[in-house]
Design a protein around this ligand. Structure first.
Ligand SMILES: Nc1ncnc2c1ncn2[C@@H]1O[C@H](COP(=O)(O)OP(=O)(O)OP(=O)(O)O)[C@@H](O)[C@H]1O
Length: 351
């Protein structure tokens, strides 16, 4: 998929200016509240008319001020998933899903109900009404309805922000997996860096209507580390939980980590902040932190008043942060060895 957005749009004192061409299937639009993300999505969907410029999807103009093109929303073959599922309350799950299918021309019907139901695991819900579904189930049905319209592009405008943390991270594999299974490219809109890293390969960043950056989600997270109260969030997939003296031990990086957090599944996603790692130049004698990881420094980066330290631990990668003075004392250089201490309680389970 190649999407070109070169538009301007003003409302009173707010002006949005976008100028990017995004290639790939997993594109993110990131920005704080009020930065213009929804306005941009609505222009791509045809719900909002740009003041000037053009929007091209795979070379085809959806909007072009010069060529006087402004395709109707239903002719764009672009589907939307919003923060709230907006299901039809009087229809069953099946009828909600088929609403998307019926809006799609016969020639474009590539994704069918049975395949979709299998991928989203909603077979047991088909004959139920939608009013008493859980928030996560509703959002899966909303995604299914959008995918059954067999779009060329799926727009997801903050699809996770109405869900609590536990549900958010349960839904992400469905969003990602279904789009991948049916090869549907998407534009994923969020103000969460973690969601960006889990859902996208490339991110266009907006700041108060201005296009501020075009980068990878990981570089974006690193660049914001110094100014962020939560630092850089390391995402760890931990497998094989085992009880260990009141803690849980998980396989990771060729060794095992000890955590206070438990999980029931074979593999779970955890976060660890760059702020929760203490680096030592030499092996400390005895420490209270339950994890002491022998790491190789693979690089450092400047993060405002902090130095980001990239670490390799077996095949795994972590980012720690230290003050500039500490970086000098530790003599951090690519290839040097350090020990990283992490408390068992520093890991937080995401999903
Ligand atoms: N139809 C409209 N009329 C007037 N102002 C509008 C309209 N739509 C959006 N705006 C203004 O444009 C700015 C950008 O809004 P937009 O909803 O695109 O931001 P956002 O990044 O999606 O924010 P959020 O994350 O809070 O949804 C805001 O100041 C908003 O008040």
């Amino acid at each position: 998929m190649e999407l070109t957005v070169r538009v301007t749009k003003s409302f009173g004192g707010f002006r949005l200016g976008a100028d990017f061409t995004a290639s790939g299937n997993r594109i993110g639009i990131f920005g704080e509240s009020g930065s213009g993300k929804s306005t941009l999505v609505n222009m791509v969907a045809g719900l909002e008319r740009p003041d000037a410029g053009e929007i091209l999807l795979d070379g085809e103009p959806l909007f072009s001020a010069d060529r006087r093109v402004n395709a109707e929303p239903e002719r764009r073959r672009v589907a939307l998933v919003f923060q709230h599922p907006h299901l039809f309350p009087h229809l069953s799950v099946r009828a909600n899903l088929l609403y998307g299918w019926k809006r799609c021309t016969v020639a474009n019907r590539r994704i069918g109900l049975d395949d979709l139901v299998g991928v989203l695991r909603i077979g047991q819900l088909l004959d139920r009404g939608v009013n008493n579904l859980s928030g996560g189930e509703k959002q899966r049905v909303a995604l299914g309805r959008a995918l059954l319209s067999n779009p060329r592009l799926l727009l997801m405008d903050e699809p996770l922000s109405a869900l609590d943390d536990a549900l958010r991270f349960q839904i992400i594999p469905y969003l990602r997996g279904a789009c991948e299974a049916f090869a549907i490219p998407y534009l994923f809109i969020s103000h969460s860096l973690v969601e960006m890293r889990l859902m996208t390969d490339r991110v266009v960043v907006f700041d108060r209507g201005r296009q501020a950056d075009d980068t990878t989600p990981d570089d974006l997270a690193r660049s914001r580390m110094g100014g962020s109260p939560v630092g850089y969030i390391n995402l760890l997939r931990l497998a094989d939980p085992r009880e260990h003296d009141g803690l849980t031990s998980y396989a990771w990086g060729g060794g095992r980590l000890l955590l206070t957090a438990r999980s029931d599944g074979a593999e779970s996603l955890f976060e660890l902040s760059s702020k929760d790692m203490i680096l030592f130049k030499k092996h400390p004698e005895a420490i209270s932190a339950r994890n002491l990881l022998c790491c190789t420094v693979t690089g450092t980066f400047d993060a405002g008043r902090k130095v980001g330290v990239e670490l390799a631990c077996g095949a795994e990668r972590l980012v720690a942060e230290v003050a500039g003075e500490a970086a000098r004392e530790l003599e951090l250089a690519a290839g040097s060895e350090v020990y990283a201490a992490v408390k068992a309680s520093a890991f937080r389970r995401l999903g």
